[in-house]
Ligand binder design. Structure first.
Ligand SMILES: [Zn+2]
Length: 202
């Protein structure tokens, strides 16, 4: 028998969203007031929209310092791998972002060696895959030169292949983060994995 609308709603965790821009006092007050409403988890909104990283970290620390440890914390719009690693260190559990596919569609690949802008002329004859350490469908089957050719000839497959790789890259990153937390060596993982990350724009 199908579930009723109210039965379905009961199973969906509802998150409260904490605002306050980059004002410390407003962040504290908003966090406290949203906590008083007792949600299953808490989203940090109004961040990752171009403010300096130091301010983001400061605001995240204020919020995560107040949210109970057994409640999920979600940093809205956080998507650069280096920002994800930083935020996990500060106690963030959940992320969402358009970057893997938006950048995939325009030819930017996230790789273990850093950013690869596949339309660049230097890849015109390169037989190597997007990421030599990746085992995704794209990297197992296509060279950088071929993917670049697809972009230059306006083939829609180009954006699909890079997006596929990017999503795989993020899945592997998150799996690695979870595993390192379980094994108690997240900080070593962060240092080793993040050393080649240069994805942030500007
Ligand atoms: Zn790949």
């Amino acid at each position: 028998m199908g579930k009723t609308e109210s039965q379905r709603k009961k199973k969906v965790p509802l998150f409260g969203i904490i605002q306050g821009a980059t004002y410390k006092e407003l962040r504290r007050e908003c966090t406290q007031r949203i906590l008083d409403l007792k949600f299953a988890g808490y989203g940090l909104g109004g961040l990752m929209i171009g403010e300096p990283s130091l301010l983001t970290n400061e605001m995240v620390q204020i919020c995560t310092g107040l949210i109970p440890k057994n409640k999920m914390r979600y940093l809205m719009g956080c998507g650069y791998p280096e920002d994800i690693l930083e935020s996990v260190e500060q106690g963030i559990d959940l992320f969402d972002c358009v970057l893997p596919t938006r950048n995939g569609r325009t030819g930017m690949a996230f790789t273990s060696q850093g950013k690869v802008v596949i339309k660049a002329g230097k890849y015109a004859e390169e037989d190597a895959p997007l990421d030599k350490n990746c085992h995704c469908y794209t990297c197992r089957n296509f060279s950088r030169a071929y993917i670049r050719h697809l972009f230059n000839t306006g083939e829609i497959l180009a954006g699909r292949l890079v997006s596929y790789h990017n999503i795989h890259f993020y899945m592997e990153l998150m799996t690695g983060i979870r595993k390192s937390i379980d094994q108690g060596n997240f900080l070593q993982f962060k240092k080793k994995t993040g050393k080649n990350f240069d994805f942030r724009e500007g």
